[in-house]
Design a protein around this ligand. Structure first.
Ligand code: SAM
Ligand code: SF4
Length: 320
C-alpha cells in the first residue's frame, strides 16, 4: 500500500520478543525489564496481524527481537508464517548464538535471508561487548547457515575506540565467504548514547584505500543499505548510515513490537495498539482498516540529528 506521501510500504519488521541471551553494550547492557507473558503477542496473534498486513501489501517480513531464536517455538512460528498466502520473503535478524542448533527446525520456513550480528572477531572482545562467551557459537552459526544454503548478511556496528580497529578484519569475511558485510552506524538511543559512532563515510575511505577497485554495486537493495563490491569479494560490503544518510524518502517499512504496537517510524512514537484492537474482538476487516489508516499517516522522516528519538530507549524494544 502507499502512504500519504506516496511511499510504497511493503515491508513489516516483527519483533517476537524483548528478551535476549546477550547483553550488548549499545543495546541492553542491563537486560530488559521483564514484560509479563500475557502482554506479549501470542504467535497466533502475530500470524493474524501478518495475514492482514500481507493483504495490505506488506509481503516482505523480517523477524527480529530481542533475540528471536531465544523465544520458544520460534522456528515453528516462522514455518507457519511461510504458509501465510501472499508472503514473498521472510528474513530473520539474529545474534547467531542459537542459530546452528536451530537450523534443522528452521528449514521448513525457507528463510530468504539471515542477518547475523557480529561486531568483533576477538573472543575476548565479544565477551566484553555482549557479556557472553559466544563468538565461537556465532561463527558456527554463520558457517552452518551458509552450508545449509542460506543467504547471509552480517551486521557490524562500529564504536569509536572499541572495535573500530576491526574494519578490515570484518570486511575480510566478505573475501573469504559469500556474505554481505554491512557496517551499521551506531544510533544514539538508550545505552548507545554514551558511545561514539564511526561515520560510514570514514569506513568507506578506509576500504577504498585497502581495495582500490571498490565500486558501487550495480543493484541497490530493497532497504537502506548501499552496497559496494570488489573483485576481491565473494560477497559485498554495505553501509547503513542512519545518521549520515537520510533514507526516509524511500522508507518502505513499519514495525510491530512484541507487545503488538505498530510503530510507523523507528524514531517517532506514533502508531497503533494492535494488541488492544485484537483483544477487544476486532475482526480482520476492522484490523485492516485501522492499519491502513495508521500507515497512511506514516511520519515523513526522523530528526535524529537533533536527538529526537520518539521515546525509543533502545533497539531491542522494536528490533532495529
Ligand atoms: N538480537 C538480534 C541481533 O542482535 O541481531 C536482533 C535484534 S538487534 C536489536 C537488531 C540489530 O540492531 C542488531 O544488528 C544490532 O547490532 C543493532 N543495534 C542495536 N542497537 C543499535 C544501535 N544503538 N545502533 C545501531 N544498531 C543497533
Ligand atoms: Fe540482544 Fe541483539 Fe540487543 Fe545484542 S543487539 S542485546 S543480541 S537484541
Amino acid at each position: 500500500m502507499l502512504d500519504a506521501l506516496g511511499r510504497e510500504i511493503n515491508y513489516l519488521r516483527i519483533s517476537i520478543t524483548d528478551r535476549c541471551n546477550l547483553r550488548c553494550r549499545y543495546c541492553m547492557p542491563q537486560g530488559v525489564p521483564c514484560v509479563p507473558h500475557e502482554d506479549v503477542l501470542r504467535y497466533e496473534e502475530i500470524l493474524r496481524i501478518s495475514r492482514v498486513a500481507v493483504s495490505l501489501g506488506m509481503t516482505r517480513l523480517r523477524i527480529t527481537g530481542g533475540e528471536p531464536l531465544a523465544r520458544k517455538g520460534a522456528p515453528e512460528f516462522l514455518a507457519a508464517l511461510r504458509q501465510v498466502p501472499g508472503v514473498e520473503t521472510i528474513a530473520i535478524t539474529t545474534n547467531g548464538v542459537l542459530l546452528a542448533e536451530s537450523l534443522d527446525r528452521l528449514r521448513p520456513a525457507r528463510l530468504d535471508w539471515v542477518n547475523i550480528s557480529l561486531d568483533t572477531l576477538s573472543g575476548e572482545r565479544y565477551r566484553d561487548l555482549t557479556g557472553v562467551d559466544g563468538l565461537a557459537q556465532t561463527l558456527e552459526g554463520i558457517h552452518a547457515a551458509l552450508a545449509g544454503g542460506l543467504a547471509v548478511k552480517l551486521n557490524c556496528v562500529l564504536m569509536r575506540g572499541i572495535n573500530d580497529d576491526e574494519i578490515l578484519p570484518l570486511t575480510r569475511l566478505a573475501t573469504q565467504l559469500p556474505v554481505d558485510v554491512r557496517f551499521i552506524e551506531l544510533m544514539p538511543v538508550g545505552a548507545a548514547r554514551d558511545l561514539a559512532r564511526v561515520p560510514g563515510a570514514e569506513v568507506l575511505e578506509i576500504l577504498k584505500s585497502a581495495y582500490p577497485d571498490l565500486a558501487p554495486a550495480a543493484t541497490r537493495g530493497n532497504g537502506p543499505a548501499r552496497y559496494w563490491q570488489s573483485p576481491a569479494f565473494l560477497g559485498r560490503v554495505g553501509f547503513i548510515d542512519a545518521m549520515g544518510d537520510h533514507f526516509c524518502g524511500q522508507c518502505n517499512r513499519v514495525r510491530l513490537s512484541s507487545q503488538g504496537f505498530l510503530r510507523l517510524c523507528l524514531y517517532h512514537g506514533e502508531g497503533l495498539d494492535l494488541r488492544a484492537l485484537l483483544r477487544s474482538g476486532a475482526d480482520d476487516e476492522q484490523l485492516r482498516r485501522a492499519m491502513e489508516q495508521a500507515i497512511g499517516g506514516k511520519p515523513e522522516g526522523h530528526h535524529l540529528e537533533t536527538g529526537e528519538t520518539g521515546g525509543l530507549s533502545g533497539l531491542s524494544k522494536i528490533g532495529g
